[in-house]
Structures are given as C-alpha cells and as structure tokens.
Design a protein around this ligand. Structure first.
Ligand code: ZN
Ligand code: ZN
Length: 171
C-alpha cells in the first residue's frame, strides 16, 4: 500500500471518528452522565466555585485513550498506523472543538467570545443553554440545534393531530 493510500485511509478514519464522536458523546451525556454518573455531572449544572468542577473528570476521560492511540500509531507502519493514528486524531479533534466551544465559548472558561460571530456557534450556544435551563434534552452539543428543531416539529405534529380530536369532542 503506497503512502498516499495510507494517508487517505488515515484522513478518512480521522474524519469519520471526529463526526461519530458527537452521537457517542450525546449518548454518554443523556444516558450515563444524566444517569448513573449524575453525582459527578451535577457539578456542571450548578454554579462553579473556582476554576474547575468535578465534571471536568468526565470531560477528560477520552483524552488518555486518544493519546494512547496516537502513541501506539507512531510505532506502527502502513495501514495499522493510518487507522490507529486516524482514530486518535479524530478523537483529539472532537475533544479540542468541544473544549473550545463548550467550555470556552458557552461557559466562558476561555477567551473565545469572538467565535460568537458565527451564526452556527450561536445556535449551538443557545441549544446548550436550553439543556442547562431544563436539565434535559438536547443532550448533543454540536447536534443540539438539530435535536431541538426535531423535538419542536414533533411537538407541532402532536398538537396538530390532537386538535381535531378536541374539536370532535366539542372542546
Ligand atoms: Zn448535562
Ligand atoms: Zn454545559
């Protein structure tokens, strides 16, 4: 396998993993952080006293895995290196984007308010504010706006299908 093919495989794996991290993070947030590990995640839903919160431990869980994959990948060759490095790099890319936008932009822990100039980032910020206000869905961060839009259209559909029944009952 030539170097270009190896690089293409590594890039494809990296991009796929970076994108797939979002549904994985949404699942963890909704089913585990707000489930069995609520005692840890709760610190993220209360006012932070100081620089850190207990929940930071959860945010940091994937970094050692990504670092290990990159270290292993550096000692491999060919396809093995491409897949392993791609996996680690994809996880890292998602982690960096999450820290900058979630912790930095939304929660003001990094001086990155200039990112608010981008409409999509403002939509992500607003959707995440809904999560913090309700303590429920949307659990996805980057997919938060889409989750909200889908939930609203489901509610709209439910209202529309309920309205004729009410009229039939003379309400
Ligand atoms: Zn939460
Ligand atoms: Zn948050």
């Amino acid at each position: 396998m030539n170097a270009i093919t190896v690089a293409a495989v590594g890039t494809a794996v990296g991009l796929t993993v970076a994108v797939a991290m979002e549904p994985w993070a949404r699942f963890l947030h909704g089913s585990v952080w707000h489930g069995a590990l609520w005692s840890v995640h709760r610190s993220h839903h209360t006012r932070r006293k100081g620089r850190f919160e207990t929940n930071d431990v959860l945010s940091a869980t994937h970094a050692p895995v990504a670092a290990l994959l990159i270290m292993i990948g550096c000692n491999l060759h060919g396809l093995g290196a491409a897949v392993t490095l791609g996996f680690g790099a994809g996880m890292t890319a998602f982690g960096v984007a999450y820290v900058v936008l979630h912790d930095g932009l939304v929660h003001g822990r990094l001086p990155v308010t200039f990112l608010n100039r981008l409409h999509f980032f403002r939509r992500i910020r607003d959707a995440h504010a809904v999560h913090h206000a309700r303590g429920s869905a949307p659990f996805g961060f980057f997919s938060g706006p889409r989750e909200l839009t889908r939930a609203r259209s489901r509610q709209q559909l439910a209202r529309e299908s309920y309205a004729p029944a009410r009229r039939r009952n003379g309400a």
